[in-house]
Design a binder for this molecule. Structure first.
Ligand code: PMV
Length: 311
């Protein structure tokens, strides 16, 4: 019997999370932590050899519903902590979409996978941007809604928002991730920001400002100006805190790493999960993260996007 194995990388966000949901710019980088799925046609839906209720997994449910095929047995193996802001569910969606399309003999071009996996994320989260899923599909670095920053990959529209997605060159930079150990699902945090924005002009202004900071950050990346990029990241963390998506543990990790960093901020939806530090002193940053009860995660970038093989 033929198995299909597919995997996709997680990511961190240099600048722009949350605001990107409203069509503002964002910049992300894929990391060498992957979500791997193996699928095999079978008599019933199973996860890791146990009969499972597909309704409990909205990402798999959505993608399965698009493929009029027999049920599958899914084996999952992830090195991306779930609910950590590192794009675990997007990597799962991209890998599962790739695996199902490969098994069913459908097109597996990156744009088709990016669209399908974004629709799955949107369905599961109730709202969102194609930032994480496009990063999981393309790998490397990507930017959204920043004209002339790289090679245009695809455009995705949803409701009244539109995102132009570009593959970008990220110069050699060292980032250290600090994990709070707190699992924080994305959907409720995205909804919290929506409510704040819809009830408060001040919150809408903060979202606009995150967009401006991100555009300036892209210019700093092009100049390889780590000092300015770091300042913008730290400022972005303050703006995200005003939106109510940081927490004490994230703020502590940001504070304790700043003396050794160009800048630091939460990454992803926040509420727990991870922060990132841009630094040329990764050992001191890692020690500082440990000293406040966080877990440093050493990552490499320049990683490949979604891929599949038959076994
Ligand atoms: O926490 P994560 O890895 O799911 O990232 C969410 C990023 C948001 O901008 C908050 C939401 C989105 O869909 O872009």
């Amino acid at each position: 019997m033929t198995d299909v194995v597919a995997s996709a990388p997680g990511k961190f966000v240099i600048l722009g999370e949350h605001a990107v949901v409203y069509g503002k710019p964002a910049i992300t980088v894929a990391i060498d932590r992957r979500f791997t799925v193996k699928i095999r046609k079978g008599p019933e839906f199973m996860i890791n050899n146990e009969p499972a209720d597909i309704n409990q997994n909205p990402h798999l449910k959505y993608i399965s519903s698009l493929h009029d095929s027999v049920p599958v047995s899914v084996f999952m193996d992830s090195r991306i902590p779930p609910g950590s802001g590192l794009g675990s569910s997007a990597a799962l969606s991209a890998a599962f979409s790739m695996a199902m399309r490969t098994m069913n003999g459908l097109k597996t071009d990156p744009e088709s996978i990016a669209r399908e996996s974004f629709d799955a994320e949107y369905y599961a989260q109730g709202r969102g941007s194609p930032m994480d899923t496009s990063t999981a599909v393309h790998g490397h670095g990507i930017a959204l809604n920043i004209p002339n920053c790289g090679e245009k990959l695809w455009t995705i529209d949803k409701n009244s928002n539109s995102w132009d997605i570009y593959g970008i060159d990220i110069p050699q930079m060292t980032f250290v991730i600090g994990y709070t150990g707190i699992r924080a699902p994305t959907g409720p945090l995205v909804e919290k920001v929506r409510k704040y924005k819809d009830s408060n002009k001040f919150a809408a202004d903060v979202i606009d400002e995150i967009g401006d900071v991100t555009l300036e950050g892209m210019e700093a990346i092009k100049r390889n100006d780590l000092v300015r990029l770091g300042e913008l990241m730290t400022h972005d963390h303050k703006l995200l805190s005003i939106l109510g998506v940081s927490c004490d543990e994230l703020n502590k990790l940001v504070d304790v790493t700043l003396p050794y960093s160009y800048g630091a901020k939460l990454t992803g939806s926040g509420g727990g999960g991870c922060m990132i530090s841009l630094t040329d002193r990764p050992d001191e940053v890692s020690k500082a993260i440990l000293s406040r009860g966080g877990v440093p995660i050493i990552i490499s970038t320049k990683v490949e996007g979604v891929r599949a093989s038959m076994t």
